[in-house]
Write a new protein. Structure first.
Length: 361
């Protein structure tokens, strides 16, 4: 449309320059004036069909997931929301270890027995997780599964395990021992009782898949929020950036900081997301693989970067690391655009670039 108008503008202008001598003043100016107005109107975007917001909420991966898509075409928007929902359902089906039929459950049940053939998605999640385990000195560890089970996270009756039980369970968490066979797409856990838990990466991975599906359909503006795994694509209907509120771990109904951005993931982990209380102490779901206890150095973390998968891995890892080492690591990884860590006393630690994403009213 823009190219057409620009061409028309110059054709008319050329004609008037040629006939300039013979034309009256009104004839000289009027058509050029109208075309200029049309051109400006179109360039300002007022001529574009209006984009309307379509949203859908659903439950997957033990989390409420909210998707918003902007489009001028209702049929396309519904197709896009279907595709985003399918991405989460697919990854849930593959990774849910409380579902016997999932690929991850099969890998876990065949520990110490045989390698298991898996989909490209499960293979990629496990491979990427292992790479980032090395980069975070083991703060991220998908073999934390049997320790999670000891605490009873994900069951009706969570409870504090004994020290001996924890020490014993930790002997089966050496992720270096996971055997990946890329050619045959198999995963092998060499010791009985080893349990892979993709809870720290699967939502981010599904978010990336959902965003890819939206982009494939030509959606340019959307927001996906999968329980703190947020991806913002393009901008809001009024042309302003999408805003993302970071919850206050001390009072999760309140927002500690408002961030904004486009075409990026904002992934948060927090001690308020999943926990149980025993004898007045809160035990949450992010475990320090060094001792098997809930990590205490942080109360909330937020990572801003293009890949929601790696942001998910890092939000969990930096939570374990705590503000000192965690912020240093975030500054070191070139893939990370910005990060913040909130501690139990409410202090905020952030990388230098975080201010580029802060929305201040
Ligand atoms: P997130 O909410 O992304 O921080 O992930 C937390 C989930 O990851 C937990 O519910 C566990 O399923 C799993 N998890 C807990 N601790 C770790 C850890 N140190 N490394 C990897 N995954 C973990
Ligand atoms: Mg995570």
């Amino acid at each position: 449309m823009h190219t057409f108008l620009i061409r028309a503008y110059f054709t008319v202008a050329r004609f008037y320059f040629a006939e300039y001598e013979r034309a009256t003043f009104f004839m000289k100016k009027f058509p050029v004036l109208i075309l200029t107005m049309l051109l400006l109107f179109n360039l300002s975007g007022c001529g574009e069909p209006e984009q309307i917001k379509y949203d859908r909420d659903f439950f997957a991966m033990d989390t409420y997931i909210a998707c918003q898509v902007l489009s001028a075409d209702e049929e396309l928007a519904v197709k896009a929301l279907d595709a985003a929902e399918a991405a989460f359902m697919d990854i849930d089906r593959l990774t849910n270890r409380f579902e016997q039929s999932s690929e991850i459950s099969t890998v876990n049940s065949k520990a110490g027995v045989v390698p298991v053939k898996v989909s490209a998605d499960v293979f990629a999640m496990v491979e990427t997780s292992m790479q980032w385990s090395d980069k975070t000195d083991g703060a991220f560890n998908i073999l934390i599964g049997n320790v999670m089970d000891l605490w009873g996270f994900g069951t009706e009756n969570p409870a504090v395990p004994t020290e001996e039980a924890l020490v014993e369970a930790l002997t089966r968490t050496d992720y270096h021992k996971i055997v990946l066979d890329e050619k045959n797409s198999t995963i092998y856990l060499p010791e009985k009782g080893m349990v892979i838990d993709l809870g720290g990466v699967a939502k981010g991975y599904a978010t990336d898949k959902a965003v890819a599906a939206l982009k494939d359909l030509g959606i340019e503006n959307a927001l996906i929020n999968a329980g703190g795994n947020v991806y913002v694509l393009g901008k809001r209907a009024d042309g302003t950036p999408w805003k993302v509120g970071v919850r206050d771990p001390q009072d999760p109904e309140e927002i500690k900081k408002v961030l904004q951005g486009r075409d990026t993931a904002f992934v948060s982990s927090g001690d308020y997301q999943r926990y149980f209380e025993a004898d007045g102490i809160r035990y949450h779901h992010i475990l320090d693989p060094a001792d098997g206890y809930p990590a205490r150095a942080s109360a909330g973390t937020t990572i801003i970067m293009k890949s929601a998968t790696i942001a998910d891995i890092l939000s969990t890892s930096l939570f374990v690391k705590g503000p000192g080492e965690g912020i240093n690591l975030a500054e070191k990884f070139i893939e990370v655009d910005a990060a913040m860590i909130i501690t139990g006393d409410g202090k905020i630690y952030e990388t230098k670039k975080l201010r580029d994403y802060v929305f201040d009213n």
